[in-house]
Design a protein around this ligand. Structure first.
Ligand SMILES: [Zn+2]
Length: 97
């Protein structure tokens, strides 16, 4: 990492040339700070598979089926972002740069 490289967050290195990479394994990531999450591999599972700490049936609270989704590093599988969203919903960025 050069002296002018920085961190986008704890998991992502933002290089001085504008490129992004994983802070854990160095894998180059596609896209930029505003869209890299949408270009990552995704892991999705039903809420019942997440674990005992998460209520398994979102229909008790909302009128849609929900899915647990993680956006992961293509190099080392570190989960960069985790969300619970309605089934089929696209990612909605909460990142501001
Ligand atoms: Zn990685």
């Amino acid at each position: 990492m050069s002296g002018s490289d920085g961190r986008l967050n704890a998991n992502i290195v933002h290089r001085s040339d504008g490129s992004l990479s994983c802070a854990h394994c160095g894998e180059a990531l596609a896209g930029g700070p505003k869209d890299y999450l949408t270009r990552l591999p995704k892991y999705e599972a039903p809420m019942s598979d997440v674990g005992p700490h998460v209520f398994p049936d979102p229909r008790v609270f909302v009128d849609v089926d929900a899915v647990f989704r993680q956006y992961i590093c293509p190099g080392c599988a570190t989960a960069f972002h985790t969300e619970v969203v309605p089934v089929g919903d696209a990612y909605v960025s909460t990142i501001s740069v």
